[in-house]
Design a protein around this ligand. Structure first.
Ligand code: FES
Ligand code: FES
Length: 166
């Protein structure tokens, strides 16, 4: 992640959910606030606001990032994806497993699962629990979340079926 110093109001251009976007932002504005309050993309949730819970997970240049820790003005030329861009397979399987209660963690969990799904070729031998360890859930046990994600991964990429060590 670039650490550009932002001292003045700035208009930046980036790609958000596969569409070009130019937006004026306060130098201190967090990506989380830009998404929720400027753009109305309220699927990305705020939990801890300090990079601990993963509720605000988005993908920046195809890597998971905590939107509560990223300044929007750092994102010129970057590719950002939010939960609004994701298909419902993971959500469906998590719902089947009964893993969504309050739902605060769910968008972040799904975004991390999406990242894993897109990088199965290099991540398939790693434990899902480890890969998902940055996404906390205060409501459920994690078994259903992991099972739901595993089912999604294995349906999407049967040739590289994820074998999660248990
Ligand atoms: S709200 Fe961003 S990590 Fe918790
Ligand atoms: S379902 Fe409530 S925090 Fe995970």
């Amino acid at each position: 992640m670039s650490t550009n110093t932002c001292t003045n109001p700035i208009t930046i251009s980036l790609t958000l959910n596969s569409k070009p976007l130019s937006i004026a932002v306060d130098p201190a504005e967090r990506l989380l606030d830009t998404l929720r309050y400027q753009l109305g993309l309220t699927g990305t949730k705020e939990g801890c606001a300090e990079g601990e819970c993963g509720a605000c997970t988005v993908l920046i240049d195809d890597q998971p990032a905590n939107a509560c820790l990223v300044l929007t003005c750092q994102l010129a030329g970057r590719f950002v994806r939010t939960i609004e861009s994701i298909n419902v397979d993971t959500l469906h399987h998590m719902h089947e497993q009964g893993t969504t209660q309050c739902g605060a963690c769910t968008p972040g969990v799904v975004m991390c699962a999406q990242w894993i799904n897109e990088h199965q070729d290099v991540l398939k031998h790693q434990s899902l629990r480890q890969l998902m360890s940055g996404n906390l859930c205060r409501c459920t046990g994690y078994d259903g979340i992991i099972l739901g994600i595993e089912k999604t991964l294995n349906e999407t990429n049967p040739a590289t079926a994820h074998k999660d060590p248990r």
